[in-house]
Design a protein around this ligand. Structure first.
Ligand code: FES
Length: 102
């Protein structure tokens, strides 16, 4: 079972942006989505491994910077006609801080 790790104050990850965290599972991208929630995804696009943290965040989705696949931040799944998903991780906000379980 993975442990919760404190990542950053909520204000340190502004809305519609992301921060990359190193973990034993590789780089994890933590997104502050348009719904105000935080989501954590493996930082590799299921298409060809593009760095999702460098994509554009809109609503609860991120557009991969390499070939514009759009992934749902809540599920890690590709949307539209594209298929595949990147791994998701648990994230929570507590005491004004963002926490990641990884
Ligand atoms: S690597 Fe993300 S769309 Fe191609």
């Amino acid at each position: 079972m993975n442990n919760w790790k404190e990542i950053a104050p909520v204000e340190a990850i502004p809305p519609l942006s992301a921060r990359v965290v190193k973990s034993k599972d590789g780089d994890i991208a933590i997104f502050h989505a348009g719904d105000g929630n935080f989501y954590a995804l493996d930082n590799r696009c299921p298409h060809k491994g593009g760095p999702l943290s460098e994509g554009i965040v809109h609503d609860c989705r991120v557009t991969c910077p390499l070939h514009n696949w759009v992934l749902d931040l809540r599920t890690g799944a590709a949307t539209g006609a594209d298929e595949g998903a990147t791994r998701t991780f648990e994230v929570k906000v507590e005491n004004g801080k963002v926490w990641l379980r990884a």
